[in-house]
Design a protein around this ligand. Structure first.
Ligand code: ADP
Length: 255
């Protein structure tokens, strides 16, 4: 008796549940889609005027030699903040592109050692920190998008100097390991606790708000780095100890 009744009811109930679940998923997906589109649109709309603001601020700065010191200071702060916000918008647009599957890579053959050399030169032009480096004498060719790869490595270098003291060395090492080109970016800075090491690649994740807030990041950098590296067929890993330092290791197949 009872068993048969339950069985008779079961298919319709399960079916109803399944239908409701399906409907909820569809609505959730639509909401997520809408939110994504919104972020992308807002970022676009804000980027243009902010770029104009930043341009004007820079030109006033250049011609403002006769301004008072407080005025120059105010200009510098405004200009910095405008640039930081532009960077945030760029990051949001990059992630929106990734989510929409619109991320495109211009893959080409790159000579890894000379590429690294160029990046170090570029980096030294706008930073006081010296970067130590070890490059192999042999050629290592990889397949990657040079602009994206540059963005990735500059981001890792930025973090390395941001999360260490000026007197602590930052070292880049490139080597071949069998069929792989392996690049490590190492600092001797504050390090990352083990429990947080997998989370730092998440969007907006920052290890310790109190600690990080003075360095003024957004927590988007490493999530973009990972997405870009994996999008180019590479791999990224972190290894770190609090107060001893951090090593980010990039791996690409050689050609
Ligand atoms: P942001 O630097 O803007 O906060 P990231 O995505 O680049 O965001 O990094 C996420 C978090 O990982 C940072 O907030 C920081 O706590 C930690 N982190 C990243 N790189 C390093 C590093 N080289 N040394 C110590 N902590 C780091």
């Amino acid at each position: 008796g009872e068993t048969r009744i339950a069985l008779n009811h079961a298919p319709t109930e399960v079916q109803q549940l399944a239908e409701r679940f399906d409907e909820m998923l569809t609505r959730l997906y639509a909401a997520w889609e809408q939110q994504r589109q919104f972020v992308s649109n807002v970022s676009h709309e804000l980027r243009t005027p902010l770029t104009i603001v930043s341009g004007y601020l820079q030109s006033v700065q250049r011609r403002g030699k006769n301004l008072s010191e407080p005025q120059q200071e105010a200009l510098a702060i405004a200009s910095n903040e405008a640039d930081r916000t532009i960077q945030l918008l760029e990051d949001l647009l990059t992630l929106a592109r990734v989510d929409n599957g619109q991320m495109q890579f211009q893959l080409e053959t790159i000579s890894f050692p000379s590429f690294i050399e160029q990046i170090i030169e570029l980096f030294q032009q706008c930073h006081d920190r010296a970067i130590h480096y070890h490059l192999p004498t042999e050629e290592i060719k990889i397949c990657a998008d040079s602009n994206r790869l540059k963005q990735v490595i500059l981001n890792l270098l930025d973090n390395a100097i941001k999360y260490s003291e000026p007197e602590q060395p930052v070292t880049m090492t490139l080597e071949r390991k069998k069929q792989l080109g392996v690049l490590s970016v190492r600092d001797r800075g504050i390090g990352i606790p083990l429990a947080q090491q997998t989370r730092i690649f998440e969007r907006f994740y920052r290890v310790d708000d109190a600690r990080s807030c003075s360095t003024g990041g957004t927590g988007l950098g490493l999530s973009i780095v990972k997405t870009l590296v994996e999008g180019m067929g590479g791999n990224i890993k972190v290894s770190s100890r609090p107060r001893e330092g951090t090593i980010f290791t990039l791996t690409f197949a050689t050609m």
